[in-house]
Design a protein around this ligand. Structure first.
Ligand SMILES: [Mn+2]
Length: 585
């Protein structure tokens, strides 16, 4: 099925076995639409899908896997207990992105909250900086040696840090790696390596974020010590923060530990947010509200990240670690300053990039990749530029900063085009590169810029020739009759929240509706407000950013909307409305 507005946008209904839908419906006693959505995400794993409707604030038994089943965790916990007994000096080194910050804060708070004696001795935390790159830098290991630390715990990094780790172990500093990145051929020679991506791992959820792994470490320690810390309300918030910000999938083939971590963390965040989070939200004018994954993605994470782009990442760590309201307010103000600066620099660079493309006569219809470069562009910002260009043109995009002898770049992929494959294909022109499907970074010598651009453009044009249409197809969960778009269905689907990566909000479609009314609303008439009618029902619809499609729709006799279900709160009256995304031709 194709979009009414864009022939290249293809929709397909997910296939789910009817017999499974029927079994799920009977087992869970829910509507057939809800059963279809659950069958698609959970298959026949009824044990896990039955948990969906348990509604306490804490993850039910069975939803969260025991930490001990994670390879490397037992030696890590034993070593930590030894460190506590001897009141050793412990250093925590995390990555500077939100997942790394959350992981470090989680381990720090976890250790500091142990108030039995002997408790932890000195615990120091450093979250590195963009200048030294991701992972354990020589800078960090020198500091550990100089300041005479006994133990290093890495969070959200380290599994590729063999060189520095062996250096530290040689000098008698034990290293516990907690990470969730793909290890290389061999594991680093650390005392313990906790990483669900280890080849010998049999842990059921390989998709833990760095903060998820950090949570497991602290949970394992608490269990081993026999501490009665029932809910870990604060630590779960940090686990949720990293899990959402790092875009790891919440549900994969019915495995939904990440979804539970996020659910529990968000519940606690809504009720009693960490002082730092509350200060950050307070500063941006929000009142106490239900915190959702969107709150993290749009209002919390960008501010925490602005510190590593245009400021000092340690500020973000301190905000997540602080127990003082005054300090939290002060740190939040600093972050909001950083974020304003980030936003200005970003706008400026994007404008310059657009000018460069215009000067060159860049035509997105003729190209398969956007490539733009400039003199001394801010390293912390070029990723945001690439990402904006990529979504503006619907193409993979590369933004490059030229320094004296080398260039450093940031690349973004699109659905169905894996950008790191592109970097791999052109690696003969690169000094270093890394990343994942949707985002990558690299450095190269200035002299190879033109070759690199040509190589990446060639690669991208082959990708789009190979179609990739199937990969770009967007999926629909079910076709609804107008009468099914009910409050009841909405409530049933709430059991599947929180929605996010790997667990999208269920998307539906209807056919042959009449347009009762339709008008453009909002600032500059960007949005579309409609009333649509089936045989007996009239449904409200809102399409954000869809205003310009109004004339096309008015030419149609009947329309077929694609939408998610939304609950509109109008003067205290809650009413179902269709959140329109597209119309099928
Ligand atoms: Mn991470």
């Amino acid at each position: 099925m194709r979009s009414l507005f864009d022939r290249n946008r293809v929709w397909r209904e997910k296939k789910v076995k009817e017999s499974l839908v029927e079994r799920t419906r009977k087992k869970l006693n829910c509507s057939s639409v809800c059963a279809r959505v659950i069958s698609d995400r959970y298959g026949s794993d009824f044990e896990r899908s039955e948990l969906l409707h348990s509604s306490s604030g804490e993850p039910p038994e069975g939803a969260i896997h025991p930490p001990e089943t994670l390879k490397g965790l037992s030696p890590a916990v034993n070593r930590l207990i030894e460190a506590l007994e001897k009141e050793e000096k412990i250093f925590v080194h995390g990555d500077f992105d939100v997942d790394g910050l959350s992981s470090s804060a989680l381990v720090y708070r976890g250790l500091k909250s142990i108030d039995e004696t002997p408790g932890p001795g000195t615990v120091k935390v450093d979250v590195g900086s963009r200048n030294f790159g991701h992972g354990i830098s020589r800078n960090v290991s020198s500091r550990l040696l100089e300041e005479d630390f006994d133990l290093l715990i890495t969070t959200d990094c380290g599994v590729r840090g063999a060189e520095e780790i062996s250096h530290l172990q040689d000098f008698g500093i034990d290293v516990i790696v907690t990470d969730h990145h793909e290890p290389g051929e061999d594991l680093p020679p650390a005392l313990a390596v906790v990483d669900p991506k280890r080849k010998d791992s049999s842990y059921p959820n390989p998709y833990l974020a760095g903060a998820g792994v950090a949570y497991k470490l602290v949970r394992g320690l608490q269990r081993e010590l026999g501490l009665k810390i029932p809910a870990n309300r604060e630590l779960l918030q940090l686990a949720a923060l990293g899990t959402v910000a790092d875009l790891v999938p919440l549900v994969v083939d019915g495995e939904d530990e990440n979804r539970w971590l996020v659910k529990a963390g968000l519940d606690n965040m809504s009720k009693a947010p960490l002082l730092g989070i509350s200060a950050l939200l307070g500063e941006t004018g929000g009142e106490k509200e239900k915190i959702t994954p969107e709150t993290i993605s749009y209002r919390i994470a960008p501010k925490l990240n602005s510190a590593n782009r245009v400021g000092d990442p340690q500020v973000s760590f301190l905000l997540l670690a602080t127990e003082s309201e005054r300090r939290a307010r002060h740190l939040a103000k600093t972050l909001i300053d950083y974020d304003r600066d980030r936003s200005r620099s970003q706008d400026k660079l994007i404008r310059r990039a657009r000018e460069k493309l215009d000067d060159r006569g860049f035509d997105p219809k003729e190209k398969s990749l956007v490539f733009v470069s400039g003199e001394n562009w801010n390293q912390g910002i070029i990723g945001l530029v690439a990402s904006r260009l990529s979504s503006r043109f619907g193409l993979p995009a590369v933004a490059v900063s030229r320094e004296k002898t080398r260039i450093r770049g940031s690349a973004r992929g699109v659905d169905g085009v894996n950008i790191v494959e592109g970097l791999e294909k052109c690696s003969q022109y690169l000094i270093r590169y890394g990343g994942h499907e949707m985002a990558g970074g690299f450095s190269a010598s200035v002299s190879s810029t033109t070759d690199l651009q040509e190589c990446l453009e060639n690669w991208a044009s082959q990708q789009s020739l190979q179609g990739g249409e199937e990969a770009r197809e967007k999926l629909l969960d079910a076709r609804l009759d107008p009468v099914q778009a009910s409050r009841n269905l909405y409530n049933e689907l709430e059991g599947l929240e929180p929605f996010g990566k790997g667990n999208p909000k269920p998307r539906f479609w209807m056919t042959e509706l009449n347009i009762v009314s339709a008008r453009r609303v909002g600032n500059s008439k960007k949005h579309l407000k409609m009333k649509l009618a089936g045989k007996d029902e009239v449904l409200d619809g809102i399409g954000f950013g869809m205003g310009e499609n109004l004339p096309t729709l008015q030419n149609e006799r009947k329309v077929n909307p694609v939408f998610t279900l939304d609950l509109n709160d109008w003067r205290g009256q809650k009413k179902i409305q269709l959140k329109l995304e597209d119309f099928l031709s």
